[in-house]
Design a protein around this ligand. Structure first.
Ligand code: THU
Length: 123
């Protein structure tokens, strides 16, 4: 893992403290870096109507898109947890080169969206 990726995972770890997760108490943070070095962060945001909650990866990518970032412009995303199935589809959509995340056993995985979700749905 590169120093830049390690730093990105540290950003994900620390932003996780700002997650709004009063129901699951599972605090997720993510940080994505664009090829030109900008970093966007996000956390999971839950809701009393449980299915309405959103994952940290989605708030992160939403922040990046709001700032004008488009698919193909992100080099890496780091998450302090294993990305769920739906988020894997999001990672694929944005063509993120590398995904760094912390497995539940604490081990750090460095992988790609294709490895996380093979034979992906394409519109
Ligand atoms: N969660 C994420 O933020 N990202 C994932 O990829 C896995 C799950 C959140 C959703 C929910 O707020 C909590 O973790 C428990 O599922």
């Amino acid at each position: 893992m590169t120093d830049a990726d390690r730093e990105l995972l540290e950003r994900a770890d620390s932003v996780a403290a700002r997650a709004y997760a009063p129901y699951s108490k599972f605090f997720v943070g993510a940080a994505a870096r664009t090829r030109d070095g900008r970093v966007f962060e996000g956390v999971n945001v839950e809701n009393a109507a449980y299915p309405l909650g959103i994952c940290a990866e989605k708030t992160t990518l939403g922040a990046a898109v709001t700032a004008g970032v488009r698919p193909g412009e992100m080099e890496a995303i780091a998450i302090n947890a294993s990305p769920c199935g739906g988020c894997r589809q999001w990672l694929h959509e944005f063509g993120i080169e590398r995904v760094i995340y912390r497995r539940s056993d604490g081990e750090i995985a460095v992988t790609t969206p294709a490895e996380l979700l093979p034979d992906t749905f394409e519109f």
